[in-house]
Design a protein around this ligand. Structure first.
Ligand code: AQP
Length: 351
């Protein structure tokens, strides 16, 4: 059985990077997999503890999930804090993972900045909670943007260390499952999760600086296209996006060393669900003054219906809360089954 899990933090307005890197893939995977999609509210307090409207942000991300086309009846949509087994397994993984593994995480280094001693312990342990989010459902596949690749490698390391450290107990209790690891078939309790990072827009960059990723927390709103931006705002932001003076190249190699051009071509390809090659076949040799309006039209065409549906859903917060409650109950039942086994494997008394 293949099970997909992924999460999004309620830390601000969702942007085009979140959409192309993650949410659009969440929607596509529903056809072929059982999917669990989570608003990871416990993660959102790692970098900043006090939020003005955490509940409202949580509803807004949920509305974006639903507006983009996630079906909460066929699959599961919920917020992390409703299922305490995530935090319970994260504690166990804090004891499996090594401090050195956490110290090497580039997201921790970026977010903690220079004053590392003052970062929250939760920010350091963020990847443990992320591993718990995924493995409490024994999920096999995780769709994410490129920036989460390192965290997923750590999730695999945690699963592997747990499976190795407790291999005798897992076998004794008959809780192991066989899984393919490269050419080898191994036996373990937790799957070695596969990241799903693919397509033309796995790392969407800031519209103001081609070396920085598009991010919710960038102080410049012009750096990103929010899922809730109206048509005029989208067009204005694309018009103002930083570029170079050259025309678009005819071949992908010609984008090397041109990060802003590469980013806009990648965004077009992502939105049109095609490749950079195909976009350059159409626009190669043309100036940005021609390409940008075409990109703006495409972005509006794809994003405006989502924004409209989000607004409609946000007008009925009780409906969103009911979706999250129902999803939380179904997620909690699966998570408790896993935790019951994990407590047994470790030898924690529970009967
Ligand atoms: N720029 C991006 N390009 C492609 N994918 C992206 N993702 C985030 N930024 C990009 C993917 O979106 C999913 C949800 O991200 P998140 O909210 O959990 O955390 P994040 O990566 O920290 O997102 P932000 O927008 O950059 O937030 P802040 O500013 O708060 O740090 C993930 O799958 C992520 O890969």
């Amino acid at each position: 059985r293949q099970l997909v899990f992924s999460g999004v933090q309620p830390t601000g307005n969702l942007h085009l990077g979140n959409y192309l890197g993650a949410i659009r893939k969440f929607v596509a995977l529903q056809e072929s997999h059982d999917c669990i999609y989570c608003v990871v509210d416990l993660h959102s307090i790692t970098a900043q503890l006090v939020h003005e409207d955490l509940a409202g942000q949580t509803r807004s991300i949920t509305a974006a999930f639903l507006a983009a086309g996630i079906d909460p009846k066929k699959h599961i949509v919920f917020n992390q804090a409703r299922v305490p087994q995530h935090a319970e397994l994260a504690w166990i993984f804090n004891c499996v993972a090594r401090i050195g593994w956490m110290n090497r995480m580039t997201q921790f280094k970026d977010k903690a900045g220079k004053d590392r001693e003052n970062a929250s312990l939760g920010l350091l342990a963020y990847p443990s909670l992320m591993a718990a989010d995924i493995l409490v459902y024994r999920a096999t596949h995780v769709p994410v943007g490129e920036d989460q690749k390192q965290h997923l490698e750590l999730t695999r390391d945690i699963a592997q260390k747990f499976n190795n450290d407790f291999s005798h107990r897992i076998a004794e209790l008959g809780l192991g499952v066989e899984m393919q690891m490269g050419d080898e078939v191994v036996n373990g309790f937790f799957p070695i999760t596969e990241p799903l990072i693919g397509g033309a827009a796995t790392r969407v960059m800031s519209l103001r600086d081609g070396s920085k990723k598009m991010s919710k927390s960038d102080p410049s709103d012009l750096s990103r296209i929010n899922l809730t931006d109206d048509a005029d705002t989208i067009s204005k932001k694309i018009k103002k996006a930083k570029t170079d003076p050259e025309a678009l190249p005819g071949e992908v190699d010609g984008l090397l060393g041109r990060p802003e051009a590469d980013n806009l071509v990648g965004i077009y390809a992502g939105l049109a669900d095609t490749t950079r090659e195909a976009v350059l076949k159409e626009f190669g040799g043309q100036q940005f003054s021609t390409f940008k309006p075409a990109l703006a039209d495409l972005a509006v065409e794809k994003l405006a219906p989502i924004a409209a549906e989000m607004r409609r859903l946000m007008a009925d917060p009780a409906h969103i809360d009911a979706v999250l409650k129902d999803g939380g109950e179904r997620a909690g039942a699966i998570a408790e089954q896993t935790m019951y086994s994990v407590r047994d494997i470790i030898g924690l008394l529970q009967s």
